[in-house]
Design a binder for this molecule. Structure first.
Ligand SMILES: Cc1cc2nc3c(=O)[nH]c(=O)nc-3n(C[C@H](O)[C@H](O)[C@H](O)COP(=O)(O)OP(=O)(O)OC[C@H]3O[C@@H](n4cnc5c(N)ncnc54)[C@H](O)[C@@H]3O)c2cc1C
Length: 391
């Protein structure tokens, strides 16, 4: 098989890239190791930055999002039994975010790709990227019980944190920056309308909690738990009881309970692989970087990377200049590090470390009070949450 751009992975990064390239008249082939149903039902992110919303619309993939997504103009911070609303449009130049699940973004992009785009092969597992430092990179892959080779002009590794693309970059050219956290998120999906119409981020002495939603009838809620927690050790009753304690306010706010349909624990990690390019192999999304989900940045960073790549390749095709492709890693890393910083700040602002001292508890509360009482601190949060520009 031969194509211009070989894309490994059909998560949000790979699928959107295929769409952007198709719209620019550039052919691609997408290889995805899992089957379609798995990719369409994997529960993950749900908050789209303004820039991501704009890109999906411009790519022709925004129709259902605009119909079914929920525009949010703010979030609530909850601490010391008080509530503080951050008003995004007022603070961040009119910007807002959209609640629309990653599963739905993937379904929309898969449907478009299968209808109008180039080949998208499910159950096609990339085994290795070869000759990345030459003009003819190749992806060796297994499809069914057959091994095959995809010959490309460029390969984009959109294969997530556990993928193979990153392994093709020689370790002596690689720098990795990493931090793991001693806690994770126990996440549930529940068939009950969200108890608040915007996301609630709660800092509590017992740990962090987040109220989010997938639709007007489905709530998504999270609890900070120790990193090695088995979700099955938490009964539904214990989960609701703990959520109620952490969200409690002095004004008597109530959390509505409902049947829990899914439970899982997500580990928390910050990770950056530099550079994001080696020869004709480009890394995008979770293949190159991970953020803890507190800032809702993972999916949006993946979108930012592929927008940068698609623009750079289009520019090369139109002008003959590889200037933007050469700047790919540097351009993406500028945005990546801002998202790493914000995600780290939000995580350390709201989670309670197992060895936290009373001094650190007071500092967290002082940081939250500062956001709640000064426009400059609140604006910094609103600008970062609604998103950094795509270059
Ligand atoms: C459990 C979990 C919960 C999360 N929750 C949130 C959240 O609440 N908010 C938030 O902002 N972010 C969240 N994230 C992060 C967000 O979902 C990711 O940042 C986003 O999925 C990145 O998209 P991607 O396309 O780069 O990678 P992925 O979505 O990981 O897609 C990679 C794709 O590559 C495929 N693949 C892997 N290896 C191969 C191979 N060898 N050959 C072919 N295909 C391969 C995979 O099957 C997958 O489909 C979460 C992540 C996880 C893991």
């Amino acid at each position: 098989m031969r194509t211009t751009v070989g894309i490994i992975g059909a998560g949000p990064a790979g699928l959107l890239l295929a769409r952007l390239l198709h719209n620019a008249g550039i052919d691609s082939v997408v290889l995805e190791s899992r089957d379609r149903a798995y990719v369409e039902h994997r529960q993950r992110a749900g908050i789209l930055e303004q820039g991501t919303v704009d890109v999906l619309r411009a790519a022709g993939a925004g129709e259902r999002m605009d119909r079914e997504g929920l525009r949010h103009d703010g979030i609530e911070l909850r601490f010391a039994r008080k509530r503080h609303r951050v008003d995004f449009p007022a603070l961040a130049d009119g910007r807002s975010v959209m609640v629309y699940a990653q599963t739905e973004v993937c379904k929309d992009l898969i449907a478009l790709q299968l209808k109008e785009g180039g080949p998208l092969l499910f159950e096609a597992e990339a085994l290795a990227v070869e000759d990345a430092d030459t003009d003819h990179p190749r992806v060796r892959f297994r499809h069914g019980d057959r091994e095959d080779v995809l010959e490309c002009d460029y390969v984009v590794g959109c294969d997530g944190f556990w993928g193979v693309a990153r392994q093709a970059v020689p370790s002596e050219l690689t720098q990795v920056f990493e931090r793991t956290y001693p806690f994770g998120w126990l996440g549930i999906l529940a068939d009950v309308p969200p108890s608040h119409d915007e996301l609630v981020y709660a800092r509590h002495d017992r740990g962090f909690a987040l109220l989010s939603m997938r639709s007007p009838s489905v709530s998504r809620l999270y609890l900070q738990v120790p990193a090695d927690t088995d979700a099955e050790t938490w009964s539904d009753e214990a989960i609701w009881g703990e959520l109620e304690r952490r969200f409690e306010t002095a004004d008597g706010w109530r959390l509505e309970r409902g049947p829990i349909t899914q439970k899982s624990v997500t580990p928390m990690r910050s990770y950056v692989h530099e550079p994001m390019r080696y020869g004709r192999l480009f890394l995008a999304g979770d293949a190159a970087h991970i953020v803890p989900p507190t800032g809702a940045k993972g999916l949006n960073l993946a979108v930012g990377d592929v927008v940068t790549f698609a623009r750079a390749l289009t520019y090369e095709k139109e002008s003959g200049s590889a200037e933007l492709l050469d700047a790919y890693s540097e351009t993406c890393l500028r945005r990546v590090w801002q998202a790493e910083r914000f995600s780290y700040d939000m995580t350390t602002l709201l989670h309670r470390a197992p060895d936290a001292t009373p001094f650190e508890d007071r500092l967290q509360l002082a940081r939250l009070e500062r956001i709640a009482s000064t426009r400059a601190a609140e604006t910094d949060l609103a600008e970062a949450y609604t998103g950094f520009p795509f270059e």
